[in-house]
Write a protein that binds this ligand. Structure first.
Ligand code: 3HC
Length: 288
């Protein structure tokens, strides 16, 4: 199998990442079916595509024909069978819960054609933790996009010990077709490259705010103006979701019991209040 055999892509999960990955794939000329258990998420994802693509035409970034073709090639369904049944490549972007992912991969293994590749967009769950839920571990890998997936150029492709060279190569080639810059990691490591670096930055930023050395706004101003990052760590946590930061740090702390990894009270407080960032209209900043 090679990249030219990939025609139909299935995206599992229409949330923050899934809906944008789906649009990336149709824009690269693939036929894409996006599925989610939530009808509401599917409706939101469809509404996004229907407003985003014409907006790109208005901005002169896309021709009317390209937008029409992308909309024709994109469909949404709550049925996993319908979405995955004819897929050549599947990108799972469901919630970051191990049990859910393992169940999904077992179902996908049953439903998807035997040659289909099953990739996970998971940020922290390495594919060796889910590959054994399938009978095709050689066709399982991590394909990690960044938020917003339509804009951010990088994808981390992570080859687990079970992943074949062919699967990793096709995934690298798919990234190129999507117009992404990919890095190929041949060893699994928690957080891959970018989230390890980012979490060191956020941890220090949270510590400085907790100690009252500077406010989140001041720290964001410092980072954007001194380091040239488009967003400071607090605005970025609002974008990616304070709930995700909470789950990730809590899990890491519980596994290590290292007091240095204890979630920051600034994160815990907002998590409990349901102030999860942009998606709830309030986090470190207000988006009303
Ligand atoms: N969806 C799609 N496109 C978007 C977008 C969105 N949510 N937000 C902005 N854009 C596009 C705009 O359409 C515009 O495109 P154009 O130039 O082709 O017309 C372009 O991005 C710039 O948009 P704006 O001028 O409105 O906004 P900014 O210049 O402020 O850029 C940003 C917004 C792209 C989000 C920028 O602030 C940025 O790059 N922030 C950093 C994001 C980042 O670091 N992401 C990685 C997060 S870590 C992660 O994802 C890991 C995961 O595991 C959680």
């Amino acid at each position: 199998m090679n990249i030219e055999d990939i025609k139909n892509i299935c995206i599992i999960g229409a949330g923050n990442m899934g809906h944008q990955i789906a649009v990336c794939c149709v824009l690269a000329g693939y036929k894409v079916t996006c599925t989610d258990i939530s009808q509401e998420m599917l409706a939101k994802a469809e509404a996004f595509a229907k407003s985003y693509l014409p907006e790109r035409v208005t901005k002169g970034k896309l021709s009317q024909e390209q937008a029409d073709m992308a909309l024709d090639n994109l469909c949404f369904t709550p049925s996993l069978e319908e979405a995955a049944g004819g897929a050549d490549y599947i990108i799972e972007a469901a919630v970051e819960k191990m049990a859910i992912k393992r169940k999904l991969f077992a179902d996908l293994d049953r439903i998807a054609p035997p040659q289909a590749i099953l990739a996970t967009n998971s940020s922290y769950i390495v594919s060796s933790q889910i590959a054994d839920a399938t009978k095709r571990p050689d066709k399982v890998c991590n394909m990690h996009f960044f938020n917003p997936a339509l804009v951010m150029k990088l994808v981390e492709v992570v080859q687990g010990p079970h992943t074949s060279e062919e699967t990793a190569q096709i995934t690298m080639d798919l990234c190129a077709k999507l117009g992404k810059r990919a890095v190929w990691l041949k060893k699994e490591i928690y957080g891959f490259l970018v989230n390890r670096i980012l979490s060191a930055l956020s941890q220090e930023a949270l510590y400085l705010a907790e100690m009252g050395i500077a406010t989140p706004e001041e720290i964001d101003i410092a980072v954007t103006n001194a380091l040239g990052h488009p967003m400071g760590p607090f605005r970025l946590m609002d974008l990616t979701g304070i709930d995700l930061t909470y789950y990730r740090t809590m899990e890491r702390y519980q596994n290590s019991r290292d007091p240095k990894l204890k979630p920051s009270p600034l994160v815990v407080e907002r998590f409990i209040k349901g102030e999860w960032g942009k998606k709830t209209k309030k986090g470190f900043y207000s988006y009303e």
